[in-house]
Design a protein around this ligand. Structure first.
Ligand code: C2E
Ligand code: CA
Ligand code: CA
Length: 345
């Protein structure tokens, strides 16, 4: 936009464009509506054309991160954030190649026997300068840059190798659950990657479970659903992660290729007394059990929560009360052939 009276005029123009795009389009007999996110940058501070475009792109990125369907005006702060992100992304790309990813394992226990039923593999990035980085600080970046496929593939292979090492050692079988990002689910090749990981590790497919978030799994139709079915037909178990947060239609669960529901920790947190009802938790357990599924409560931190969930016949517990995510060797030391409820009490 040339000859702007003031920078705010650019923002008004952006909203005008968004209004114009809001009108429904008719395409092949179907009415479609679209929204737009617009990044705004001005050359008021001088700078060459390339800089203005780059700044608009940074603003666009922020607008998308803030929820899309809006405009965002560039500020210097955005540039700094974008640069930091870019550095982290480049570090991550190199770090994956350098073997800087590692896995911790968080045990789950059976509420009836108190014994470990398996572990969830949780990735960490051992950054040479920053130290151990939590997944919440790099998985979102990986998802936006497409690196998530590399991470999920690495995790899948590493977890299968560990599970096979346990299975062929005196430790015995320890089923391992692996998180699969929604992005990995829709991108092609998941079935092949699972087959490759099983093949290379020689792991019994029944010792592998894939965790897919409710919001990624349940709205899927057709191809993605068929994909989950194919993986499940191999003998690999499927878990719905963060269950209860996705606002999905619960009736869709019927006939869905799934073995396990993991109740999101936000619902477990709502259990504050052994007697006060937590109706959503009750409903999720009852429904899951009636569908013949294994119900895992995530984020169990207190004895009160444990007692409540045991009383409601929740199948398995996972959380800091039982154990934080720990290295593979510690899993064997602390959890193999031991009643953990006894150990916790
Ligand atoms: P998630 O799959 O829901 O994993 C459970 C998270 O809850 C883990 O955080 C775990 O450390 C934490 N947690 C377990 N017990 C408790 C508890 O009692 N209290 C509280 N407050 N938290 C508890 P973490 O390891 O930081 O992972 C965060 C998220 O990052 C995971 O959530 C998952 O969505 C993602 N993630 C982790 N590893 C991978 C991976 O290998 N691939 C992909 N795609 N995503 C991963
Ligand atoms: Ca998970
Ligand atoms: Ca979860």
């Amino acid at each position: 936009l040339e000859d702007l009276a003031e920078p705010a005029a650019a923002a008004r123009a952006a909203d005008g464009i968004r209004d114009a795009l809001r009108a429904p389009f008719s395409v092949g007999g179907r009415v479609l509506t679209i929204t737009a996110t617009i990044g705004v940058a001005t050359s008021s501070g001088g700078g060459i054309a390339g800089d203005v475009v780059r700044n608009a792109d940074s603003a666009l990125y922020v607008g998308k991160a803030e929820g899309k369907d809006r405009h965002a005006v560039f500020s210097e702060h955005m540039h700094a954030t974008a640069m930091e992100r870019l550095t982290l992304e480049q570090d991550l790309r190199a770090g994956i190649g350098r073997g800087e990813l590692m896995l911790l394992y968080q045990p789950k226990i059976d509420t009836r026997t108190g014994r470990m039923t398996g572990v969830e593999a949780l990735v960490r990035w051992n950054h040479p300068v920053r130290g151990l980085i939590a997944p919440s600080d790099f998985i979102p970046i990986a998802e936006q840059s497409g690196l998530i496929n590399d991470i999920d593939t690495w995790v899948l292979n590493a977890a299968c190798h560990q599970a096979q090492a346990w299975a062929t050692s005196p430790t015995g079988s320890v089923p391992v659950a692996v998180n699969v990002s929604g992005r990995s689910l829709v991108s092609c090749g998941l079935v092949e990657r699972v087959l490759d990981a099983l093949d290379m590790s020689h792991l019994d497919p029944r010792l592998l479970e894939l965790e897919i978030t409710e919001s990624a799994a349940i709205p899927q139709e057709g191809r993605a659903l068929g994909l989950l079915q194919t993986i499940r037909d191999l003998g690999v178990r499927i878990a719905i992660d963060d269950f209860g947060t996705g606002y999905s239609v619960l009736s869709r669960l019927q006939g869905f290729p799934v073995d396990t529901l993991k109740i999101d920790l936000s619902f477990v947190r709502a259990i504050v007394s052994e007697t006060a009802p937590a109706p959503i938790v009750d409903a999720m357990i009852a429904m899951g059990l009636s569908l013949g599924l294994t119900i895992v409560a995530e984020g169990v931190e207190t004895e009160t929560q444990r007692a409540y969930l045991v009383k409601r016949h929740c199948s398995e517990l996972q959380g800091y009360l039982i154990s934080r995510p720990i290295p593979a060797a510690e899993v064997v030391e602390r959890f193999v052939s031991r009643s953990v409820i006894a150990a916790v009490a």
